[in-house]
Design a binder for this molecule. Structure first.
Ligand SMILES: Nc1ncnc2c1ncn2[C@@H]1O[C@H](COP(=O)(O)OP(=O)(O)OP(=O)(O)O)[C@@H](O)[C@H]1O
Ligand SMILES: [Mg+2]
Length: 313
């Protein structure tokens, strides 16, 4: 029988990990509640995989603390409460996919049924194939199966959809939705912002080993604020557009102009009053991608004054 779940799924307190002069994780605090689906975003070298390694007990912190369901990660993993899917990792040779997943299942106290796992991950289609004969996307599905078979309360996934084609990605997220709905806590790292936007309850944005933003996608988008107006409008100097009330910036893309707005209602009225010929108007909020670039760029500017946080491979 599973012990009662504590209130917190993951607790990171001032967590640090250094590799030589590089502070891969530079003192982060994070609490994840059981049942949440959290996306870890950030540019290459941000510290996402290092954080995941610390959560899975594959690396030991140089400072601070990490607990998973109130336990040290290695213990939580050994008890089958946490399962992971890493960015890389060889599959054991000389076994078929079915044998490998069955072997993994035998290591856990309450595994998910083998057939269900093969079906859900799409690995049933090549279950009798040897692990050495798999395509990149098939191997990725097997890694997913190995994580899922544990029936763990927490799934930690490092770029789980990286080698998958469009259909496999859709299947993957459909499977994850089902797992999350069953109450499993999920933390995944990704570079696909649309995946984070669509599937996570909450986004944690990292850069230079630190957390830059933490909250629902809508809050993160709102942090960079400002709506954008696009319009087809030729032969108007950008400086004139920048002086319109409510407008904070203007760029030209061929015949179209893109205005960044502090107040889009005001800006739109002013634009149409001054330039009645403006057409093909679009008003939209900042996307996650814009928020990502803006927050990371802001942090890069700060970090360039603090060389110890700059990561070099
Ligand atoms: N085993 C290691 N030895 C030395 N340096 C390491 C090691 N693992 C990571 N680093 C360094 O720590 C920093 C963070 O790396 P990490 O792999 O956590 O980044 P990431 O956010 O997962 O990046 P990516 O998006 O490229 O996967 C990088 O500067 C990296 O070079
Ligand atoms: Mg990584």
């Amino acid at each position: 029988m599973r012990p009662a779940e504590p209130r917190h799924g993951i607790v990171l307190e001032q967590l640090r990990k250094c590799y030589g002069p590089v502070e891969a994780v530079a003192g982060i605090d994070l609490v994840v509640t059981p049942g949440e689906t959290v996306a870890l975003l950030g540019p290459n070298g941000a510290g996402k995989s290092t954080t995941i390694d610390l959560l899975l007990g594959l690396a030991t912190p140089d400072g601070g603390a990490v607990t998973v369901f109130g336990q040290p990660p290695a213990r939580a993993v050994a008890e089958g409460r946490v399962a992971g899917m890493l960015q890389t990792g060889q599959l054991i040779d000389h076994l078929t996919v079915r044998e490998l997943v069955a072997l993994a299942a035998s290591l856990y106290p309450h595994p998910r049924p083998l057939g269900e796992v093969l079906e859900v991950t799409g690995a049933a289609a090549f279950a009798d194939q040897r692990t050495t004969k798999l395509s990149g996307g098939q191997a990725q599905r097997v890694r997913f199966a190995l994580a899922l078979v544990a029936d763990a309360a927490l799934l930690v996934l490092d770029e789980p959809t990286v080698a998958l084609d469009v259909e496999a990605r859709r299947d993957f997220w459909a499977a994850m939705r089902r797992v999350a709905r069953g109450g499993t806590t999920v933390l995944f790292a990704t570079h696909y912002l649309e995946e984070a936007d669509a599937y996570a309850d909450r986004i944690v944005l990292m850069a230079h080993g630190r957390i830059l933003a933490d909250g629902p996608a809508t809050d993160i988008k709102a942090r960079v604020g400002g709506r954008r107006i696009r319009a087809t409008l030729d032969a108007v100097p950008l400086d004139e557009l920048r002086r319109l009330p409510g407008v904070s910036g203007a760029e030209r893309h061929g015949d179209a102009v893109a205005l960044t707005c502090a107040d889009s209602d005001l800006a739109l009225r002013a634009l149409l009053a001054a330039y009645p010929a403006a057409r093909d108007l679009e008003v939209r909020g900042a996307g996650l991608e814009e928020a990502f670039f803006e927050l990371v760029a802001e942090d890069d500017r700060t970090a360039s004054g603090a060389p110890k946080a700059t990561a070099h491979r």
